[in-house]
Ligand binder design. Structure first.
Ligand SMILES: Nc1ncnc2c1ncn2[C@@H]1O[C@H](COP(=O)(O)OP(=O)(O)OP(=O)(O)O)[C@@H](O)[C@H]1O
Ligand SMILES: [Mg+2]
Length: 347
């Protein structure tokens, strides 16, 4: 469990002082993955560095599993830091050390015996699926494998907290998926509390239980991922929506742009709306994903009636809301590609 109270970080003094974190209150319950998003320079990395106490907060407290780390003397702080593992962007492995030696680094610092270290490294390599890569140097690893080594190293001292700062940036979507899958698996197995910093909204949907948006050193919005995905009035909620192109209208129909308003939209809603209205309903395009078992996204429909009130009511009965005469987002020739990706399970 992480609790930040009035956490403030100011760099520089006097006229040159810049407040990068401004009285942040933030909680991550044990076993949860909290994504932190926000523009470049918002203070995300500084937040991570204050949680693992690489940076001392200027004011406020960092409480990890009930202990206030911000007031600890240096020696106790070193012990406390062991409870917090950090993964950075992929470039952080030492190039002259093998995967196994990179993972062993924190153990070496602690003076763990070589035999104990070997056993622990073997166990960690196994856990991240790289048992056969122990002797490989970073340049011999793919981006995803290097990140798995980084994760294994972060876990070497059995921390209860994992901080991931842009841990999947620069990885292709498939590799991102597998690294995020590993982090979620480790969270489940080890009951880790995870702060997942990223600027990629697609990754947030894969990874997070909760999302906080940081802007100019303040948390300006936060909530559970599932709640945010149906909160269309929220800028954070809208930015989290899956986005792929939607097709154009068909002749003789009215075009509706429909968004998922409820966490309980039935999977066969098009059929239900069709039956309800007794007219043809064509799916022109959709960006729908299943996130933690909940469908979310939007769709463009061609509906064979101009009775907008009836259409709106039929949609509402399925937990959807819609706007008639919506302007489709993309050209008609994108239709096939879009329809091919209509339902994609990311959970
Ligand atoms: N050691 C430092 N001294 C002075 N200013 C700093 C220091 N570290 C960070 N800053 C400033 O703090 C602000 C926040 O930086 P931070 O690295 O936390 O942003 P970020 O949200 O992680 O951005 P990005 O998405 O680009 O990684 C920036 O304006 C940066 O210039
Ligand atoms: Mg950063």
């Amino acid at each position: 469990m992480i609790s930040l109270r009035h956490l403030t970080k100011t760099y520089g003094r006097g006229d040159a002082a810049v407040t990068v974190l401004d009285s942040i209150d933030f909680d991550v319950p044990t076993g949860q993955i909290a994504a932190v998003v926000g523009p470049s320079g918002a203070g995300k990395s500084t937040l991570a560095q204050c949680i693992n106490l690489l940076e001392r907060p200027t004011a406020g407290s960092v409480v990890v599993n009930g202990e206030d780390l911000s007031g600890l003397p240096e020696k106790r702080l070193r012990d406390a830091r062991r409870r917090i593992g950090t993964v950075f962007q992929s470039s952080s492995l030492l190039g002259r050390r093998t995967a196994a030696e990179n993972i062993a680094l924190p153990l070496d610092f602690l003076g763990v015996t070589p035999r104990e270290a070997d056993a622990r490294v073997g166990e960690l390599l196994e856990r991240v699926g790289l048992a056969d890569k122990a002797g490989h140097y970073p340049f011999q690893l793919s981006g995803g494998q290097a990140q798995r080594v980084g994760i294994a190293r972060a876990l070497a001292l059995r921390p209860s907290i994992l901080l991931a700062d842009e841990a999947t940036s620069g990885l292709d979507p498939e590799t991102t998926r597998s690294v995020v899958g590993l982090i979620r698996q480790l969270r489940d197995d080890l009951d880790l509390t995870v702060v997942f910093i990223t600027h990629e909204m697609d990754t947030v949907r894969l990874a997070a239980d909760t999302v906080a948006r940081l802007d100019h050193g303040r948390i300006v919005e936060q909530g559970s991922l599932v709640d945010l995905l149906t909160a269309h009035e929220s800028p954070l909620g809208r930015s989290l929506q899956p986005r792929r192109g939607h097709a154009g209208p068909e002749a003789g129909t009215r075009t509706w742009f429909v968004t998922y308003d409820s966490t309980a939209v039935p999977g066969d809603w098009i059929q239900r709306v069709t039956t309800d209205l007794g007219v043809a309903v064509h799916l022109l395009g959709a960006s729908v994903e299943t996130v933690h078992g909940v469908n979310t996204g939007s769709a463009t429909l061609g509906v064979g009636t101009d009775d907008d009130t009836r259409v709106a009511a039929a949609l509402a009965r399925c937990g959807l809301s819609g706007t008639p005469d919506a302007v489709p987002i993309t050209r008609h020739d994108d239709a096939e590609r879009v329809l091919a990706g209509v339902l994609e399970d990311v959970a």
